[in-house]
Structure formats: C-alpha cells, structure tokens
Design a protein around this ligand. Sequence first.
Ligand code: ATP
Ligand code: MG
Length: 287
Amino acid sequence: MLAIIQQEIQKRQLITNELRYSNLIPQGGYKSPDEHLFEDVLVSLVLKKPVLLKGPSGSGKTKMAESIAALFNQPMHSINCSVDLDAESMLGFKTVVQKDNQTMIEFIEGPIVKAMKLGHLLYIDEINMAKPETLPILHSVLDYRRMLTNPFTGEVIHAHENFGVIAAINEGYIGTTPMNEALKNRFISYSVPYISGEQLAELLDETYDDLQMDLKQMMLNLSQDLRQQVITGLLSEEAASIRSLLDAIDLAQHIDISRAIQYAISEKLEDQSEKQLVMELANTWIG
Ligand SMILES: Nc1ncnc2c1ncn2[C@@H]1O[C@H](COP(=O)(O)OP(=O)(O)OP(=O)(O)O)[C@@H](O)[C@H]1O
Ligand SMILES: [Mg+2]
C-alpha cells in the first residue's frame, strides 16, 4: 500500500472514538475489482478530496465506503438522498428542551454537521436522487473551503482535518436526475464494476466458511455467463449483480439451486426473455 495511505491509517487508528460513535464504524470486506481501484479511492480521501462512486446496484459501493471507514477506524454517518431530503435532515434542526427548569431552544446536529466537526466520514447515498435545489448547500463543504455556514444557527463550521465525503450513484436509473455540473465537478469520480474471476472466488471463500465446492464452481460459472450476456446486450446490467449472486448462494444452501437462482436473479429482471435466459444458463450448469 502507498506510503501516504499507510501514514494516514496509522494516524487515524490512534484516535479513540467516543463510545457512542463506535457503533458507526462498520465492518470491512470490500474486494477491489483490480489492484488499483480501492487504493486510488483512498488516495483521494487522504488528499481530502470528495469521492464519487458510480456503479450498478449491488456492485459494492456501500461496502467500499464501509471498508474505508473500517480501515481508517472512522465512524461513518450516512445520508440517503430522496426527493424529500431537506436541509434539516442533512444539517440538523432546532428543538425546544427543558434544562434546569428553563425552556431553551437547542440545535440537534445532523449528519453533515457532526461528521464535519468530529472528523468522521460522510456517506451520501444515491446523491442523484435528491432534488437539485437541496444540494448546493454542500458546495462549500465539498471544495477547498471545507466549510459551511449553518443557515439555522449562523454558525460557521470548518471541517476537522479527518472529515471526508464518499458519495454513490446508480447512473441512468428511473427517478434519478443527472447530477448538477457544479456538484459533480467537486468530486473525484470512480467507476465501480461488478467483480469477477479471482476476486469473486476470493469473496465467496471469505464470505462462506463451508461452501460446497460444486455449488461455488457452479455459481462462478453462472456469474461468468451472466456477465457475458450483459456484454452481448441480451441481459440488463443488474443480472450480473454480486448482491443477487450472494443471495442465490444463501438460498441455495437451503432450497433447490434452480429456485434459488429464480428468486434471487431471474425474477428481478423486467423482460420475460431475460428471465428465461437466466434460467437456461443456470440449467446448463445444474447437474
Ligand atoms: N467488490 C465487492 N467486495 C465485497 N463485497 C461485495 C463486492 N461487490 C458486492 N459485494 C457484496 O454485495 C452486496 C451488495 O453490495 P453493496 O450493498 O455495497 O452494493 P451497492 O453498490 O451499494 O448497491 P446499491 O446501488 O443497490 O446500493 C453486499 O453484500 C456486498 O458485501
Ligand atoms: Mg448501496
């Protein structure tokens, strides 16, 4: 691993996190699709640059963000973007509290404010699902200024040196709008593909303690076929989702493999012909 990443890991590992935030430090386990991707993402974060992960559903974007937080021993706060995401759910809100028999107004800090002040990571999921007018508030947070004037309190917040932002998008989905240029321009962008071959075999070995060899080999073969048909255009990209494949393996340990594949992979596809093709491919490998 690159020296600047190693130094940063050592530096951040030394920080003791408050107990109430330690449950925000996730588990790792992301497998890089090649020798560079994971490390290249880490370089951006060490350089305090926001990272945008672009990839289809079930390609490990969330897992990658969690693995970064695990590696740096850093709590991670998450925001799920949707059309009703508003400034309050990102920054926090004012509320009335009773203290020493007095009624006072207190500001309850939201995920962005907390992550900035405490030097935690901020994961912004489905960033292109948010209403375009919601996110410009983030512009000063995401560029070299790394600061925010909280519109609810007037407080000027400068981000802690360890604060980092990881955003994720599923491009071209229904309900997503293309990301505003000024927002997109602030991120370093990475494509996150589905893993295959050796990486996928390693993931299966690490995920399952006692996966039968024949089931493992069958699923690796099927995954290879599904990828091939995605390339030829006969299947939509999500047919090769790693999430779906893992679901199929989970089910196949208890029910018939064919039904497991049907429920976890085939039935999710829109087209009748795609559903059928998945089952035909599966049947060539099921003994
Ligand atoms: N490269 C990978 N390394 C480790 N696990 C992976 C990888 N790719 C997928 N997975 C596994 O597949 C499942 C789905 O991954 P994850 O939730 O991170 O996908 P995602 O890209 O965030 O999907 P979505 O866009 O639907 O949120 C998880 O169980 C995850 O551990
Ligand atoms: Mg995700």
